[in-house]
Design a protein around this ligand. Structure first.
Ligand SMILES: NC(=O)c1ccc[n+]([C@@H]2O[C@H](COP(=O)([O-])OP(=O)(O)OC[C@H]3O[C@@H](n4cnc5c(N)ncnc54)[C@H](O)[C@@H]3O)[C@@H](O)[C@H]2O)c1
Length: 252
């Protein structure tokens, strides 16, 4: 079994579901202790119980609203109190765009998408960097999207937030590389999760066929593997990338 992250501590936001849940499990299978933070505490508990039962690793569930800076600071404090350190963070919690087009998007939709998907990542990085700067080491991966690299019709507001995540990632990478902290982003294409089911409903299967060069959706585990690699020493020279994990969608 690959235990390359043994003795390390990972924090995953949005770990109750989808890509975050798969990544928390992948961290644990690599030997890391994992803090699973989510607004859905029951779901986070469920991920933590699964890890403790199946992965021979420690896990803990933490309630957080990533849109709230104080709640995020408490999440990082709690992780360090419970596990003694913080080595890796996956800032993944996110919501989908509820507007069919940016020209009919409401202020409420804009505020919600921006506060969770963009401001949430900023809150998380600030709190994590406070800790990592003290230890002089760390790896952060932010979950952007294909919509953070190219324009996607019907993802106008969501895409603006995700382009922002890529910008924050690159700026932080440049600022903190010399301090021992690597910051990168993953940019998934269409992944089969609760988010895409809620966003696309009955259209999902048809979209999946056209979404990329492979003609299918990704499974959350396929994104999780990229995140764990980016956080590991195997990616020690990888800094400031926005890595497409999208079945070639952005190649064309
Ligand atoms: N599914 C895809 O196709 C896809 C593609 C590209 C990027 N992404 C991104 O991946 C991330 C995860 O998405 P997913 O598809 O796994 O969705 P998901 O709905 O399965 O999981 C998202 C999780 O985030 C949590 N969350 C939402 N708002 C929160 C908040 N304010 N505070 C704390 N937790 C909160 C939810 O409770 C949920 O557990 C998102 O950032 C999304 O934008 C998804």
């Amino acid at each position: 079994m690959d235990r390359r992250l043994a003795s390390k501590v990972a924090l995953v936001t949005g770990g109750a579901s989808g890509i975050g849940r798969a990544t928390a499990i992948a961290f644990a299978r690599s030997g890391a202790s994992v803090a699973i933070a989510d607004a859905d505490m029951a779901g986070a508990q469920e991920t933590a119980s699964y890890i403790e039962g199946h992965c021979d690793a420690r896990a803990s569930a933490i309630a957080v609203d990533v849109a709230d800076a104080e709640s995020v600071r408490a999440m990082v404090r709690s992780t360090v109190e419970q596990f003694g350190r913080l080595d890796m963070a996956f800032n993944n919690a996110g919501v989908h765009d509820r507007a069919a087009s940016l020209h009919v998007s409401t202020q409420e939709n804009w505020d919600r998408v921006m506060s969770v998907n963009l401001e949430g990542v900023w809150h998380c990085m600030r709190a994590q960097l406070d800790h990592m700067l003290m230890t002089g080491k760390g790896a952060i991966v932010n979950n952007a999207s294909r919509s953070g690299l190219v324009g996607v019709p019907s993802d106008g507001v969501y895409g603006a937030a995700k382009h922002g995540v890529v910008g924050l990632t690159k700026a932080a990478a440049i600022e903190f590389a010399s301090k021992g902290i690597r910051v990168n982003a993953v940019c998934p294409g269409l992944v089969e999760t609760a988010l895409t089911r809620a966003r696309f409903g009955d259209e999902l299967a048809a979209r999946a066929k056209l979404a990329n060069l492979l003609g299918r959706m990704a499974q959350p585990e396929e994104i999780a593997d990229a995140v764990v690699w980016l956080c590991s020493d195997s990616a020690s020279f990888v800094v400031g990338v926005a890595l497409p994990v999208d079945g070639g969608a952005t190649a064309r």
